[in-house]
Design a protein around this ligand. Structure first.
Ligand code: FMN
Length: 198
């Protein structure tokens, strides 16, 4: 597919064929996606490629248990379906400290706070990596979904995967062959998202 078609036809996939996905195809997707930009070229991302069904169902159990404990309700489907995919990526943000951080930490606490927690270049870099993964997976004929909902159980899942501070689990991405056809979700008119300053 050309790049425009890839971007325009990608959609979140939440139902997957039982059929397995070749690990080499997943590695290829990651290998292409590490061409993503990152602040200071820090490449502060890492991903677990999880195929183990027991681990995946333990992760789902934690999501359902924590959701119930916190809200008193059953977790909605959009939080907990990830273990039905043959492969799940658990994407980790590694620490990113740019030269500006050292300057601002001493010079201006407010701007330092904004940069670290609002602008958050480290997280922006990982987000770009995830976007690349979704697009490349789609180009490979696979379906995927960027998920932060399950991270209601972030410490519990990090415990299962042995992810330790200062590394941070930021998203799960189930990947597999799409089951059925979904229509594309709507988008705003482009005029609503731009303002031209001449
Ligand atoms: C940061 C982020 C978090 C998301 N978390 C979830 C999630 O937990 N569960 C889910 O089913 N979809 C999740 N999505 C997918 C969005 O619902 C989806 O991208 C949006 O509805 C647009 O649909 P599309 O991806 O098919 O274009 C997430 C997307 C992003 C970017």
């Amino acid at each position: 597919m050309d790049i425009i078609e890839v971007v325009k036809t990608r959609k979140s996939i939440r139902k997957f064929e039982r059929e397995d996905v070749d690990l080499n195809q997943i590695k290829k997707i990651i290998e292409i996606s590490i061409n993503s930009p990152s602040g200071g070229n820090a490449q502060n991302w890492f991903t677990y490629i999880i195929k183990n069904k027991d681990i995946l169902s333990r992760m789902r159990n934690e999501v359902e248990t924590v959701y119930k404990k916190v809200t008193g309700k059953d977790a909605p489907g959009v939080y907990a379906f990830f273990n039905e995919a043959p492969v799940v990526l658990a994407v980790v943000q590694k620490p990113y400290i740019g030269s500006l951080d050292y300057v601002l930490e001493k010079a201006d606490k407010n701007r330092n706070y904004d940069r670290k927690f609002i602008i958050n270049p480290g997280l922006q870099g990982v987000s770009s990596f995830i976007t690349h993964i979704l697009l490349v997976a789609h180009n490979e004929g696979l379906g995927a979904c960027w998920m932060t909902g399950p991270l209601i159980a972030k410490p519990e899942i990090e415990n299962i995967l042995e992810i330790k501070s200062p590394n941070n689990l930021v998203a799960l991405i189930p990947i597999g062959k799409p089951l059925g056809r979904r229509s594309k979700s709507s988008r705003m008119d482009v005029a609503e998202v731009i303002r031209i300053i001449r």
